[in-house]
Design a protein around this ligand. Structure first.
Ligand SMILES: [Zn+2]
Ligand SMILES: [Zn+2]
Length: 89
């Protein structure tokens, strides 16, 4: 059993798995934090309509889920960041 990177609690993989259900591609293996420290917002991804993962310390809800973000990085060769309305100067 792995401890949570954030609060040091033992990660309950069953609970975390339930929490991650709205997300594409991500599983408990991709996380080093427990369900308590994980924020998932359902139906928030602008690309696939799936759930997004809110990184720790992030105050707004991302527009892309991690899977779509890495798709975009692969397609365009650059990282769009978490939000699609990020203004590039
Ligand atoms: Zn935790
Ligand atoms: Zn998505």
């Amino acid at each position: 059993m792995k401890p949570c990177n954030s609060c040091q609690a033992v990660i309950d993989e069953y609970t975390l798995d339930k929490q991650l259900e709205p997300l594409r591609d991500l599983t408990v293996d991709n996380f080093n934090v427990c369900a308590e420290c994980t924020t998932v917002v359902s139906d928030a991804c602008v690309e696939c309509g799936g759930g997004v993962y809110v990184p720790r310390g992030f105050s707004t809800v991302p527009d892309y889920c991690p899977a779509c973000r890495s798709d975009l990085i692969e397609r365009t060769g650059h990282d769009p960041g978490w939000n699609c309305d990020t203004i590039s100067t």
